[in-house]
Design a protein around this ligand. Structure first.
Ligand code: ADP
Length: 641
């Protein structure tokens, strides 16, 4: 028995987005066709993938058809792609299962993104609601779909008013057919049932679609008007054309189709590799990371084509993880059409493609860095954290990746030109006698900037890299040099002095050991559970104290990160270094020789201050403020002066 037609409500977020789309003042309504064709093309890709892995499904003629009816003012876009089951229609069309949708809608209501020209494009791109754009031009939409492998077809109908119906229907083969009942065109609006309007829109946005898009077109034969199907897209793969043959608009539309990104890409790279393996490629770096997660499932990665036939989306074997934000197409003549994901991993030719793609991407990034610094910095802000992972994971290319990395440093932090520096420009500023590239890791750049550990380096005019990304710790623990120059930890054993100065400073410190001993004893007695040692040091010039790790110890920042990842790491004890040149330290040393009980309180304040300067938080804020208040009180009491 046929299942009754049933009525459903759109999920509330979906209904809301749909309403925004319908009421949008966006004038570029013609993009609805681009979206529906894009969906049809995706559905054909998906069918192809399923057919490849299942021998039961036989041959078929992949196509997209546009049927226009000028009299009844309807257009129908049909594909023989994968189709949808009843549940899939409800899940994909009636629901938006995208994280961040609720938050986005709340922000939009609070006057966030405004209804300007790009708003609808953004809705479509971010939320995968391309299908809803049909409601910009139609007051009713009917979708009939039959899932590959099923005999049942289902009809979805809606006027975009918050509800839809689903009932049983029929379709001669699997696929989807979307019929739009067009609104009366308003003042200056196009008639979307008109042949030439549709031809123009397809040419503009969907020419490169690799499946034929046929439309019922008017023909004159023997002075008589007839109607015949005609393929209206060239299907020419855009990556096979020379750059001079393709307009910027065409590249943009292709990128939009590929990446579902409403913004323009930051840059692109065209690859035409000839050699042991021939392949072509067109790769894009997006201008922004996606709104929800850095890597949502729609982002697509690299699509693999073989002899211009789509094989698979998001082919992870073609590009390393740390370049997962790159989107594009790779098309090879030399791989067999029936290649499977498992074989790909092993295939020598795939490795060759991967290697030369990587080389090309590095070259493009280098070019961008050299010639379009502003764009490069945008790239870096969006994707630098991901890209840098390569230094850790791709040892073979670590030096090339480092060359492309941007860093904050004591120089760039005070520069008006750029907040970033490359390692090469760091090297060009190195002072005579400077032993290496100094770096300091920590929680954030502003804390690092005021670290006492920088003082001796600043005095020498040495630049220090300020590293605050979680991955920086890993990079530095696994990388010893860049371009023959050592990386040296300014927060660890590295020292700014020359060999001779170092010897002299150490001798001076040694001479103070006995003066320091009573203070050291008191400090270790009261802070022994958090400190492994207390010592005098020449690291600071103006601050009284700082905390450093024992050689080889895990930094507190890394410790925090590891704990955040659920690892059980014991807190490692640290070393309190004191600056004997600082009057407070000098006085404390004398005071420690007496029985004055305040020494321990003062030492505790110094420790807490050092902790704060290190980006840590005071373990007992109540005690800290009480101690400070006591100190202020005694300083302000007249008889003490
Ligand atoms: P997007 O395509 O950006 O994900 P849409 O709202 O256009 O967003 O479509 C939502 C989902 O509905 C698609 O991801 C797809 O799974 C399904 N869909 C849409 N159109 C078709 C179609 N012609 N054939 C098969 N599935 C489709």
């Amino acid at each position: 028995m046929a299942r009754e037609q049933e009525k459903y409500s759109f999920q509330s977020e979906a209904a809301e987005l749909l309403k925004m789309m319908i009421h949008s003042v966006y004038s570029n309504k013609e993009i609805f066709l681009r979206e529906l064709i894009s969906n049809a093309s995706d559905a054909l890709d998906k069918r192809r993938i399923e057919v490849l892995s299942n021998d039961e499904y036989g041959e078929y003629d992949a196509k997209i058809h546009i049927s226009r009816d000028g009299e009844n003012k309807t257009i129908t876009i049909t594909d023989n792609g994968i189709g949808m089951s009843r549940e899939e229609i409800i899940n994909y069309i009636g629901t938006i299962a995208k994280s961040g949708t609720k938050e986005f809608l709340a922000a939009a209501k609070d006057g966030g993104p405004q209804e300007d020209g790009s708003f609808s494009e953004m809705l479509i791109g971010q939320f995968g609601v391309g299908f809803y754009s049909a409601f910009m031009v139609a007051d009713r939409v009917e979708l009939i779909s039959r899932r590959l492998g099923s005999g049942e077809a289902w009809k979805f109908e809606s006027s975009g008013d918050g509800s839809y119906t689903i009932g049983e229907s029929s379709l001669p083969e699997c696929g989807t057919s979307v019929k739009l009942f067009l609104r009366e065109p308003g003042e200056g609006e196009k008639d979307y049932a008109d042949e030439w309007t549709l031809r123009e829109i397809v040419r503009k946005y969907s020419d490169f679609i690799s499946y034929p898009i046929a439309m019922n077109c008017t023909k004159w034969k023997d002075k008589e008007e007839t109607v015949e199907d005609e393929v209206i897209n060239s299907q020419k793969a855009i990556w096979c054309k020379a750059e001079s043959e393709v307009s910027e608009d065409e590249y943009r539309e292709f990128y939009r189709h590929l990446a579902r990104d409403w913004q323009e890409p930051l840059t692109r790279a065209l690859i035409n590799a000839e050699g042991s393996v021939n392949f072509k490629g067109l790769l894009f770096i997006p201008s922004q990371a996606p709104f929800d997660l850095l890597m949502n499932d729609r982002s697509g990665g690299i699509s693999l084509y073989i002899k211009r036939v789509f094989i698979m989306n998001d082919c992870k074997d073609l590009i390393p993880e740390y370049l997962r934000f790159v989107k594009g197409v790779i098309d090879s003549e030399d791989l067999p059409l029936n290649i499977s994901r498992e074989i790909l991993q092993e295939d020598q030719r795939v490795r060759v493609i991967r290697r030369s793609t990587l080389r090309k991407l590095f070259a493009s990034l280098r070019k961008l860095l050299e010639n379009e610094r502003e764009k490069y910095e945008k790239f870096w802000t969006n994707f630098g954290k991901i890209f840098k992972e390569g230094v850790v994971h791709d040892r073979e290319n670590a030096q090339t990746i480092l060359e492309l990395c941007l860093f904050r440093s004591t120089f760039s932090a005070s520069s008006t030109d750029s907040e970033w520096t490359t390692l090469d420009s760091y090297k060009s500023r190195m002072k005579p006698g400077q032993e290496g590239i100094y770096y300091l890791t920590g929680r954030d750049v502003s804390t690092l900037k005021s670290s006492p550990k920088l003082e001796a380096f600043s005095e020498k005019g040495y630049e220090v890299l300020l590293l605050a990304d979680p991955v920086d710790e890993l990079i530095m623990s696994g990388t010893s040099e860049y371009g023959g120059v050592k990386f040296l930890n300014a927060g660890g054993a590295a020292r700014a002095e020359t060999e001779d100065e170092r010897k002299e400073a150490d001798k001076k410190l040694e001479g103070m050991e006995s003066d320091f001993a009573p203070l050291k004893e008191k400090i270790m007695k009261s802070l022994g559970d958090v400190l492994s040692d207390a010592r005098l040091s020449s690291r600071m010039k103006t601050s009284p104290a700082c905390l450093v790790g024992d050689a080889g110890a895990v930094s507190p920042h890394l410790e925090q990160l590891m704990r955040a990842m659920g690892q059980n790491v014991p807190s490692s004890k640290r070393v309190l270094e004191l600056n004997p040149e600082h009057p407070v330290v000098g006085r404390l040393m004398s005071m420690a020789r007496t029985d004055d009980a305040r020494v321990e309180d003062f030492a505790a304040i110094l420790y807490d201050q050092a902790l704060i300067l290190d980006g840590g938080s005071v373990s007992d804020p109540g005690r800290f403020t009480r101690l400070l208040a006591d100190v202020m009180n005694s300083a302000l009491t007249p008889e003490r002066n």
